[in-house]
Design a protein around this ligand. Structure first.
Ligand code: NCD
Length: 328
């Protein structure tokens, strides 16, 4: 349980930042102020400066219809750290809302939201969190819906990158991996408010960067570059957000018949040798799990931020839950 050292900073001691219904379904609805509040609160929770006990005593339902390690355990540990309790099922296949017995997600939300104060949901279908939010009496937090979005991961990424780089304004931020992934979409939508100088993609050959991601960057006059070799990002970028090149475990990507490569092409892999050869100072982030896109020989280098990113994730999840529960 969090030890209270002092009260909330007055600036963030106000209601939920998540708008009507208090749901967090997408990063597209978050304002720069919202992100600042959440980062500030996460930072104060990390240092013990914030009083997280206002949300104590609530019950959070963790509904994970899709595989998860960090997000599931991260929300669980954040729930306990806030003095709340977590409920959920080890196997959502044993719930009534599975493909065989077919209770709708809407009915699932109507039922579960009468037994808890907030719902965290991960599901393989795009739009699943929004469907649940439509029938939920309590805030719904999207913990990944198909190929669509993963807003809490993006908030964690911004929090971790701000801490690593101090500020993102004017920086070069690169993405490795499949640019269609849900973590990428949610993060680019937040990055455009940070005003980096450029966003660089190093996608696998033949995978176009999705139109909505290009539009999000160009609306804010952020330069967009596509490169074919991760060495260039190692040389020129301040941070690289790696994601897997093979995303087939999330299911089939919409709108393309492209199949993920089984292995990351050599030109796209990050290794300690490449970091040394390029004299790279780029900070490496990853929502994890990784496959072979970052070699474990990078783990002890000062560039590697991905495990620190996991440590920080607890505080951002606490901040998100606290804001979601604040209106209760
Ligand atoms: C995601 C996962 O585990 O599926 N990672 C995470 O939540 N930290 C990656 C993803 O959603 O693409």
């Amino acid at each position: 349980m969090v030890q209270i050292k002092s009260a909330y900073p007055a600036r963030i001691a106000r209601g939920s930042v998540f708008g009507s219904g208090g749901h967090l379904l997408s990063t597209s609805t978050l304002t720069p102020d919202d992100v600042d509040f959440l980062c500030e609160l996460a930072s104060d929770l990390a240092t013990g400066r914030a009083n997280a006990m206002r949300s104590a005593g609530h019950t959070v339902a963790l509904l994970f219809f899709q595989a998860s390690t960090r997000t599931r355990l991260g929300f669980e540990v954040a729930t306990f750290a806030l003095g709340c309790q977590a409920i959920g099922m080890d196997d959502m296949g044993m719930s009534r809302s599975n493909d065989r017995t077919g209770e709708s997600l809407e009915d699932c939300a109507a039922v579960v939201s009468r037994l808890c104060d907030a719902i965290v949901v991960r599901h393989h279908a795009t739009g699943s969190a929004a469907r649940m939010a439509a029938k939920s009496r309590k805030p719904v937090i999207n913990a990944g819906d198909g190929w669509n979005e993963h807003p809490t991961q993006a908030l964690i990424d911004i929090f971790a990158m701000r801490r690593g780089l101090r500020q993102l304004r004017g920086r070069s931020i690169a993405f490795g991996g499949d640019p269609r992934g849900r973590t990428v979409r949610s993060l680019v939508q937040l990055l455009r408010h940070e005003m980096p100088a450029e966003i660089v993609f190093c996608p696998p050959p033949h995978i176009p960067v999705p139109d909505d991601i290009v539009a999000a960057a160009s609306e804010h006059q952020i330069r967009l570059r596509i490169i074919q070799d991760i060495d260039m990002a190692l040389r020129e970028s301040d941070a690289i957000m790696m994601t897997p090149y093979d995303m087939s475990d999330i299911g089939e990507a919409p709108g393309t018949d492209y199949r993920s490569p089984r292995m990351t092409p050599d030109t796209h892999r990050i290794t300690a040798d490449k970091i040394e050869r390029t004299n790279s100072k780029a900070l490496l982030y990853h929502p994890l799990p990784r496959q072979d896109e970052i070699d474990p020989d990078c783990d002890d280098l000062p560039n590697a931020m991905y495990f620190e990113q996991v440590r920080l994730s607890k505080f951002m999840r606490m901040a998100v839950l606290d804001r979601a529960l604040a209106n209760d």
